[in-house]
Design a protein around this ligand. Structure first.
Ligand code: FES
Length: 449
């Protein structure tokens, strides 16, 4: 083969190389479309991409190297060519001519098959048009008319209506799913593979895959995902991710006097100190079981108990505050030379109902919480300035958690946005929470049977 492709007919060698690259790229695209819906794919992508590049590069380098070696053999050994022809039972000139004509006939046959496919498609479309039209209505008053038998996704694409379709209409990703507005009786029922995908995402009974649903009557649909949906949208999300009201604990923390510090320092120093601070605090929050929601300037908002109970969340938030205080001491020690004065923080924790879910747009989507509980936690953090304290927790946090506050003074404060005064506990230093965690509330006060 090397003799044929490298020495006898280099043009064939170039065609063969081009064909190999095209087939390899085609295979990679197919494998990518197949695997990109797997949850582990994002993690493995860099490795797979490396393999996909290395394989053809190494293969072609091997081809070039072996081709050049054969070229040298032909040049240096006059008997080599004849030996190879005898050993490989090489075809005669007549046989080669026959093979070439066979190749031409096969290519013509393939071209005829492609033409026939296009022709058959045209005949099908004409027949469908004769059978009448189906009107599909979309939100915002758009409506399109298509022949019966065309899928909803094809109807969207044919009429330039942006519609998510991560798997390209193969019925695997679920990102094309639509809500059918109105009765479902007129629709052919989903087959087993569509049912399986719908089950995977926990779809409601009135939801169908647009790429698999071929309406035969007029209907109205609402696409459920934005046109730029990603493969991860093809998997069921927990209720919390989809948006729901639940009891969680919220922690707000802020650096005291950071504006003055940033005015005295170069931007580089400010960014350096802030990043060290965020890393320390982020680790403390995550190790306690919380989720850093966002960094706002020099402030931090964290959620606790999103995937657990409010009691677990309250306990975790208190432990995080305790760890944050310890981490801050460590940070102040490490950055002693960089700081004009040790960093001080104020932390506020409140527990209560909040709307939790994935919110945002594009890459800025994250799980966050909104509602009165969030505002109250933020206000408690601000109140730490008034009390000259490091931590303020609401009475609700004390009630929900296993924190022992029996020997602590309860303060009453007015909080902006709340009609009733609020009871809080003030801790000069969050590390003083140590030793205050007792048994769970359930253990302390068992319900009578
Ligand atoms: S486009 Fe992927 S399931 Fe419909």
């Amino acid at each position: 083969m090397l003799l044929a492709l490298w020495v006898d007919d280099p043009a064939q060698g170039i065609r063969q190389t081009a064909a190999t690259i095209i087939i390899w790229v085609h295979a990679c695209i197919g494998i990518y479309y197949w695997l990109r819906l797997k949850p582990w794919f994002a993690r493995a992508m860099a490795w797979l991409y490396g393999l996909a590049l290395l394989f053809p590069v190494l293969g072609l380098l091997g081809f070039v190297s072996a081709g050049r070696a054969v070229g040298r053999l032909v040049a240096n050994d006059p008997g080599f060519l004849l030996d190879v022809q005898i050993d490989t039972n090489a075809p005669t000139a007549e046989q080669i001519a026959f093979l070439n004509s066979l190749e031409t006939q096969i290519l013509l046959g393939l071209a005829a098959l492609v033409l026939l496919t296009l022709l058959a498609r045209g005949v099908r479309l004409t027949a469908e048009r004769r059978r009448g039209i189906v009107r599909i209505r979309y939100p915002e008053g758009r409506s399109v008319s298509v022949p019966p038998g065309m899928s909803i996704l094809e109807a969207s694409q044919l009429n330039d209506i942006p519609h998510a379709s991560v798997c390209g209409g193969r019925g695997r990703c679920s990102t094309c799913r639509v809500r059918i507005n109105g009765p479902l009786d007129g629709l052919p029922p989903p087959d087993e593979s569509e049912r399986k995908v719908l089950r995977r995402v926990g779809a409601a009974p009135d939801v169908r895959l647009a790429c698999q649903t071929r309406p035969t009557q007029d209907l109205s649909v609402t696409p459920l995902l934005p046109p730029n949906a990603s493969p991860r949208d093809g998997f069921a999300k927990s209720a919390a991710m989809q948006g729901q009201e639940q009891e969680i604990a919220i922690l707000f923390a802020d650096i005291r006097g950071f504006t003055t510090f940033s005015e005295q320092k170069l931007p580089y120093d400010v960014v350096f100190v802030l990043n060290r601070y965020f890393r320390s605090m982020g680790e403390a929050i995550e190790q306690a079981g919380g989720r850093v929601d966002k960094f706002i300037g020099d402030g931090i908002m964290a959620l606790f108990g999103v995937d657990a109970s409010a009691a677990d969340g309250a306990n975790a938030a208190l432990r995080a505050a305790q760890a944050m205080s310890a981490q801050l001491d460590e940070l102040n020690r490490l950055l002693e030379a960089d700081l004009p004065a040790p960093l001080r923080i104020g932390i506020g924790i409140h527990v209560g109902p909040a709307i939790v879910g994935e919110m945002g747009y594009g890459p800025a989507i994250s799980v966050t919480a909104i509602g009165d509980t969030v505002n109250t936690a933020s206000r408690l953090e601000s109140k730490t300035k008034d009390f000259g304290a490091q931590l303020i927790v609401s009475e609700q946090v004390s009630d929900a958690s296993t924190l022992d506050t029996s020997d602590l003074r309860r303060e009453e404060i007015e909080v902006r946005g709340r009609r009733e005064p609020m009871s809080i506990f003030v801790f000069e230093d969050a590390k003083s929470l140590d030793g205050r965690f007792g048994e769970s509330r359930a253990k302390r006060a068992p319900e009578p049977a």
